[in-house]
Design a protein around this ligand. Structure first.
Ligand SMILES: Cc1cc2nc3c(=O)[nH]c(=O)nc-3n(C[C@H](O)[C@H](O)[C@H](O)COP(=O)(O)O)c2cc1C
Length: 198
């Protein structure tokens, strides 16, 4: 077991890609096992909506248990992340198309976008683990904008169903720890773009 994240404070910001929550729990466990201290953050959609993928309370409890911290789920609680220099990195995983679009446009109206804005003001990295059906469609301009943005990095991602959902992309969750380490060195983990079967 690597302990390469010891001493790092990582904001794990969860947005409303409900179908991926099941994969975010092992991601969170992996980060803590590698030594990171996690601060869970969630959008209203992620923390407040029961879906066919499970009741919101279940995911909330899981995340808070792994992190040992209450979820930051208000603007007021997310704002101090900036002035307090509370985090080394913010990992938004899963990052919806909605949140990606807002980040690209400088819109700050959820606890997650507030956390990212607050953190970016310290010129510290934000890493996006995208999960959205429109990454190569209507959201492609926002994806492109963020690819070129300073201090914004990506979990390597792939088309998850090129035939069935031709504009959909999903991050490779298992690379979260490595992507965060790379981002803290100012580098994008490569290859960033994975093939469908990789
Ligand atoms: C069951 C369910 C699954 C969803 N899955 C996704 C998804 O995988 N990716 C995505 O971008 N949006 C998905 N959405 C839509 C987002 O939840 C919606 O755009 C929401 O406004 C996102 O808000 P947030 O980005 O603040 O969390 C899903 C919605 C529902 C109800």
């Amino acid at each position: 077991m690597m302990h390469d994240l010891v001493g790092l404070r990582i904001g794990l910001a969860v947005t409303g890609s409900h179908c991926t929550f099941e994969e975010i729990i092992p991601l969170a466990r992996d980060l803590t096992r590698r030594g990171a201290a996690l601060l869970p953050i969630a959008s209203d959609e992620a923390i407040g909506t029961d879906t066919r993928f499970g009741p919101a309370g279940h995911w909330r409890d899981e995340l808070e248990t792994i992190a040992g911290e209450a979820i930051v789920h208000t603007m007021v609680d997310a704002e101090p992340i900036g002035p307090g220099r509370m985090l080394d990195a913010v990992l938004i995983a899963p990052c919806t198309g909605n949140t990606m679009a807002k980040l690209a446009c400088g819109i700050t109206d959820t606890p997650v976008t507030m956390a990212a804005k607050a953190h970016l003001r310290n010129r510290r990295p934000v890493i996006l683990g995208i999960s959205t059906n429109d990454a190569l469609g209507l959201n492609a301009p926002n994806l492109g904008f963020l690819l070129a943005a300073q201090e914004v990095f990506f979990l390597p991602f792939r088309q998850d169903d090129p035939q069935g959902k031709p504009t959909s992309c999903v991050a490779e969750w298992e690379l979260a720890g490595d992507a965060v380490c790379a981002a803290l060195r100012g580098e994008q983990l490569q290859p960033m773009l994975l093939g469908p079967g990789e």
